[in-house]
Design a protein. Sequence first.
Length: 222
Amino acid sequence: MNKPDTKEATPLLQRAIEALLEWSPTRGKAGANLRTQIGYLHAFAERLVQRDAAGEPLDQCYQLAVLAGITQTQLSWVRQRVTLESPTTIGATMMKHSIIYLNLATEAQVIAAMTFTSREDVELLKQQLGEAFREVEEIAADEMDQMTFRALVNLHGAVVFHLIETGRPLPRMLRWQFAAVMSSLMVAQRLYYDASRADELRKENKVVHPAFMLPHGRALSA
């Protein structure tokens, strides 16, 4: 990468990995490894960018973030942070797009290991990712980058298929309403004939005290 492009792409890359570190869990050995890798990439970013060699260390940062336990939501925040960048040089623009592509691929990797309890959660995630994928697919198409475009379309299709198959057997979220305030135990017994699901209702409806639930709320249909 030439010098003007490197000068703009380097701080862009550094801000991206700073965002990744900000949102990633950093406890334990996995967190320490992530901090070390990000520190290395941050320190040698300019040299690596100039030599077009930043891709592999950046990918290692993302993989270590996955091992540290980063969530899809946290990764989406990192992606949104990078999306706000407005580079002017070709090299920095390519850096921005490459980071977003890698971020989306990592999100798909995390989603593959996620456990869902509600079909609505699956549908919401599918909608959010659909918008993100359509944006980057349009970018790749405008740049006439056929290889990246095909890879993004294939990944998009695989994620949607996985979410559809995952959401198919899940129960839906339904709204319930009673005439009076009751405890979470009584609501669970009324709805499911199973008082042991009281904690599930309390968490879903963000109840302050389990003895006094609001007379209306949300619950799984099964």
